[in-house]
Write a protein that binds this ligand. Sequence first.
Ligand code: B12
Ligand code: SF4
Ligand code: SF4
Length: 383
Amino acid sequence: MSLTDALKDRARALGFCAVGVTGTEPFHEAESAAATRTAEGLLDGLSWWNLTRAHASADPRRAMPDARSVIALAYPHPSPSPAVGGQGGGPRGRIAAYALGHDYHEVLLERMQPLIAMLHERGYAAKTYVDHGWMLDRAAAARAGLGWLGKNTNLLVPGAGSYVLLAEIVTSAALQPDQPLKKSCGSCDACLRICPTGALVGPGVLDNRRCISFWTIEHRGVIPHEIRPLIGDWIFGCDLCQEVCPVNARPAAPDPAALTAYGPMVEPRPQLEELLTLDEQTFRLRFRQSAVWRTRRTGLLRNACIALGNVADRQSVPALAGALVDDAPLIRGHAAWALGRLGGPAARQGLALALSREADPWVRDECELALLACGPPAVPSAV
Ligand code: B12
Ligand code: SF4
Ligand code: SF4
């Protein structure tokens, strides 16, 4: 058996649902797409992204000049939770499916180790990439024939859909390359139509500054007023443009053995009011091992406030009023906004009390705006 076939067999046995090989020439088309979009500001807001990185990520030989092959790998992640569900305990938020288990960076890296060992045993160099490396993961996967790039920008794997995470091994071994698939989305445009923020500004073109995934995961500060109502009940990431995708409608169920690598699952639809009670320690205990850790406590509670504002159940007023005394101004300000969305005398009272003691100028502004949103106080009627 050739080394290429042996590596592919081993990868499948390790739980990877697709594996392919491509050469190490630069991904010219993807490089130009990434550079153009960066220049147009479509990737603005990602502090770690820039034009240099866009170009460098398109060159598999950048970190290994003698590299001969790229092994592209796709690993399944848990399926999304139903949009509704989880009974009792007040309103619930939604966490994107890819983040429901143990942090995928570690899971995939661990699963790739036997493949690295196979290459090392034969004297070849090997370098791994999972998501945060300087590599265009989707371009590598598409050229290695794992799937095609959908209009929602995700890689769609025949039989598995887009609920996969991507990784690569760049190696000095000269392996047998695969060909890209000749498949496309055809006339479907369901993802473009479902996106609540209009982030998919064209087929395969995403404006990061409108994507719920960006705002709820990557963005550290205040979420703009015009974006907040569009976020719905998402508190970490967003799967809408994948849930609607017909390619995901009937994928083969992910290999249960592969999913065990994610360990215990994070609650996919957590109670929002309960999230507001998390302190640093309880947040750490609950999310340290998962991708949700990326938002830190302040980000997750900010997102929970927005989701509560969008669900707009007045039963949540006490929980949100409690968040008005949180140590983090970011949480206090978004809790104020949410109370403005709920309205009513109790919300108004909580906001007025907060305003009487609040020192942070931005939080004060949010409280004042929220009081306006609550409308004028009820005037007691004369008897
Ligand atoms: C930055 C980033 C983000 C940003 C911006 C995403 C974006 N579309 O650019 C934000 C924070 C918004 C984000 C969100 C998500 N991300 Co992200 N993200 C990345 C990251 C780090 C870089 C992506 C990048 O280079 N963008 C620049 C653009 C230009 O390149 P691209 O995304 O590869 O886009 C390709 C297509 O646009 C295509 N293309 C170009 N022109 C055209 C034209 C047509 C007609 C078509 C069909 C395609 C097409 O070519 C481009 C180059 O390959 C990658 C990891 C990595 N190192 O690659 C993960 C990655 C893309 N993300 C991933 C995931 C899982 C997500 C989310 C699903 C998470 C979630 N559930 O919330 C969402 C999906 C949102 C969406 N619809 O894309 C996975 C995708 C897996 C897959 N099946 O494709 C990756 C590969 C991480 C990984 N290693 O698994 N992400
Ligand atoms: S992840 Fe959500 S917000 Fe982002 S493009 Fe898809 S549907 Fe739109
Ligand atoms: S929803 Fe339709 S257009 Fe969008 S990625 Fe899936 S198949 Fe392609």
